[in-house]
Design a protein around this ligand. Structure first.
Ligand code: FES
Ligand code: FES
Length: 232
């Protein structure tokens, strides 16, 4: 046996060694002490549980939001995300819950004209904001230019990611009008109102995942509007 194993694992314990009065005393002392500690913990449990219950009781807060140009005065649980508020409380189910972790973009909505992941936005943090969801961009009779462009370019397959893609692309048009930059703008060195190339579109839409892989048609749908300045 190598020395290290020898020191770490004594081969056997002598039975007498285990049951000497001294070790027995230690064991009894240990059990008594641990019993007292355990009893103390158990005795303390109800108070801890009560404290936790009162801490985790829902806290509500009044918020007023304009959603698709309609004012809503709501009292919300402070833990409610904007996505859950839209879907579960207001029946606006166009915004989709893909990952619920800010990774897929299916929940993208516009908050004061800027795109946000509504699964990462607390409803109370949107107090006073103007929210636009896919339902507010247009309807079957009056499609928005981006909705129409997605249809014209077949920019979807199953459609699950599409509301988020369209909201994101709608904000992208405004961003390019403002001259907002992306990582690609710095790579190409065009940092003053960069030309919106396909690479720029891919970079700027990279927060929106399409599991069907409809990317070429999504890029075409967005490009059609960036090249016309966003007009239909
Ligand atoms: S559901 Fe919000 S980013 Fe995926
Ligand atoms: S169209 Fe199916 S996930 Fe994008």
């Amino acid at each position: 046996m190598p020395p290290c194993a020898e020191s770490a694992f004594p081969e056997t314990l002598d039975a007498e060694e285990v049951s000497t009065p001294e070790s027995e005393l230690s064991r009894r002392t240990f059990l008594a002490v641990s019993g007292v500690v355990t009893a103390g913990i158990v005795a303390g449990l109800p108070r801890v549980a009560v404290a936790q219950t009162s801490q985790s009781a829902p806290q509500t807060f009044p918020v007023s939001l304009s959603i698709n140009k309609q004012m809503h005065q709501l009292t919300v649980d402070t833990r409610t995300t904007l996505l859950d508020l839209l879907r579960e409380n207001l029946d606006l189910t166009g915004s989709k819950k893909g990952c619920d972790h800010g990774q897929c973009g299916a929940c993208t909505v516009l908050l004061n004209g800027r795109r946000v992941n509504s699964c990462l936005t607390l409803a109370v943090a949107a107090q006073g904001a103007e929210i636009t969801t896919i339902e507010g961009l247009g309807d079957e009779q009056h499609l928005s230019p981006m909705q129409k462009s997605f249809l014209d370019h077949d920019g979807f397959q199953c459609g699950y990611c599409t509301p988020g893609q369209i909201c994101s692309a709608t904000a992208l048009i405004e961003e390019t009008r403002r001259g907002d930059l992306s990582r690609m703008s710095f790579e190409t060195g065009k940092i003053s109102h960069p030309e919106i190339t396909d690479d720029e579109i891919r970079e700027r839409m990279s927060g929106n995942i399409c599991r069907c892989g409809a990317y070429p048609n999504i890029v075409a749908a967005v490009r059609a509007l960036t090249s016309t300045g966003g007009a239909a």
